[in-house]
Ligand binder design. Structure first.
Ligand SMILES: NC(=O)c1ccc[n+]([C@@H]2O[C@H](COP(=O)([O-])OP(=O)(O)OC[C@H]3O[C@@H](n4cnc5c(N)ncnc54)[C@H](OP(=O)(O)O)[C@@H]3O)[C@@H](O)[C@H]2O)c1
Length: 434
């Protein structure tokens, strides 16, 4: 049986999973693919530490360039992460005529044009299945299974750390900071959790999904990104009382020439399938014009689930290399570049959950509803809540308002005017709803 050589860059969490998977499942892969995929070299800056995977020491090197330039290696797998050395090595591999597999969402979100363009110019494949959804093959779904659809929308829970925190905040009534600390102890959150909890990791993934769905490069600075850092337990509780669960959602959808790409905590109705995705699990709901709604669920991170997708990509490239006629478009198609653009946050229409601490005096609510009406924001429901113990100021009561669809600019203008009307004692809280 013919062999295809694989070189790995980065022997960390996912890298060790890939090595273990390739070794354990080599035979079954060979049977399925009709080609023997062989791990030839592994590069990491630290090759002394025991990674808990048995590996022939002669495969290990600290010299990533030697892996890229090894003539026995046709597929280079980049699992270093970030946009520093990883970018240099990915571009070097593509320019050396090697096909590349990467799980690096940050690299693709920020430098996708350059990376995909380099693959295209060199006539080599780039696969990035594990960059979104870890063990869920959502990229493959957009590239292949739903390729015959106009994608109408994608709603995704794409960050396990955030979903774990939100699940525990709701189930145990705990504040954000306390759950974050527990998540860090349990290994579900990084020591520096900003990339996850401030929404940037989800935004990187949303950018990749939007690029695939709509054929253009989405600039990071155009994406509306709000994380969960400032989410109050009381809003999680009130949302539940209204029949909603708060999730950090990536929303990608197209209307005409405009594409919405946004990430924010969102009230999801309990009856919606995404509401039942809890703990570290991820899911994406994709609506195609032919397929209707389709749902993909699984582990969005972790050594083995992520390795599963990386190895699937290696298998696809191995097939392409064997067939020798891999001429389909590599990376993402950018046929709509310049034809569609990202809708500004001001123009995005959403329903809103608004919590206000309102002066407990006749007429206060009237002031608020008048201002909302003046800015075109219609009220679906409004409820005064009992004052929780931690809200000590006796002169003010929490009022929650759910709105009908309103433009971002309309709602912000209304809240700004309400804030200056002398009826609140703290800034309004507003969350989007689906
Ligand atoms: N972890 C997940 O569950 C997951 C899920 C989906 C996608 N991803 C993506 O997969 C990629 C890898 O993530 P990971 O969690 O496996 O990261 P990781 O555990 O930090 O592993 C990265 C490895 O690369 C090594 N490295 C750093 N510079 C290098 C260089 N110049 N040459 C060779 N090796 C070098 C690191 O060595 P040192 O540690 O010694 O610095 C480390 O062993 C990232 O792009 C990440 O976003 C991860």
């Amino acid at each position: 049986m013919k062999q295809i050589g694989v070189g790995l860059l980065g022997f960390g969490t996912v890298g060790t999973g890939v090595v273990e998977g390739l070794q354990r499942n080599r035979k079954v892969m060979a049977q399925r693919l009709g080609v023997d995929v062989v791990l030839k070299r592994i590069a990491d800056i630290d090759i002394a530490t025991d990674r808990g995977v048995s590996v022939d020491k002669s495969l290990l090197t600290t010299d990533a360039a030697s892996v890229i330039n090894d003539p026995d290696i046709q597929i280079v797998v980049e699992l270093i992460g970030g946009t520093g050395i990883a970018k240099t090595l990915v571009l070097a591999a593509l320019n050396a005529g090697k096909s590349v597999v990467t799980a690096n969402k940050k690299l693709l979100a920020e430098y996708g044009n350059e990376v995909f363009g380099t693959a295209e110019r060199n006539g080599v494949d780039i696969y990035f299945g594990a960059s979104v959804g870890g063990g869920i093959p959502i990229i493959r779904v957009l590239r292949e299974g739903l390729a015959g659809n106009e994608i109408q929308s994608i709603h995704g829970i794409l960050n396990g750390t955030c979903n774990y925190i939100l699940t525990r905040m709701e189930n145990e009534g705990l504040p954000f900071e306390q759950v974050l600390t527990a998540a860090q102890k349990a290994g579900y959150a990084e020591a520096n959790p900003s990339l996850d909890i401030d929404g940037f990791d989800t935004a990187h993934k949303a950018i990749i999904l939007a690029s695939l769905a709509y054929g253009f490069h989405v600039p990071m600075e155009k994406v509306l990104v709000e994380g969960i850092r400032n989410l109050a337990g009381v809003d999680v509780q009130y949302a539940a009382e209204f029949g909603y669960r708060i999730k950090l959602l990536a929303v990608v959808k197209r209307e005409g020439e405009e594409v919405e790409v946004r990430v924010h905590p969102t009230l999801v109705p309990l009856s919606h399938m995404l509401a039942s995705v809890s703990n570290v699990f991820n899911a994406a709901m994709v609506r195609g014009d032919l397929s209707g709604d389709t749902l993909y669920y699984g582990r969005g991170a972790g050594r083995e689930p992520t390795a599963s997708t990386v190895i699937g990509d290696i298998g696809d490239i191995a097939r392409n290399l064997m067939s020798g006629k891999s001429r389909y478009r590599r990376g993402v198609c950018v046929a709509n570049e310049g034809k569609v653009h990202v809708r500004s946050a001001d123009d995005v229409v959403s329903r809103y959950y608004v919590r206000l601490m309102v002066l407990d005096k006749a007429g206060s609510l009237g002031v608020i509803t008048t201002i909302l009406g003046k800015h075109g924001v219609s009220i679906l429901a409004a409820t005064q809540k009992p004052r929780p113990d931690e809200m000590a100021d006796a002169g003010f009561v929490p009022v929650v308002i759910l709105t009908y669809g309103a433009k971002g600019a309309e709602l912000e203008a209304a809240l700004s005017e309400i804030s200056g009307a002398g009826v609140l004692n703290e800034q309004p809280v507003r969350l989007r709803m689906i």
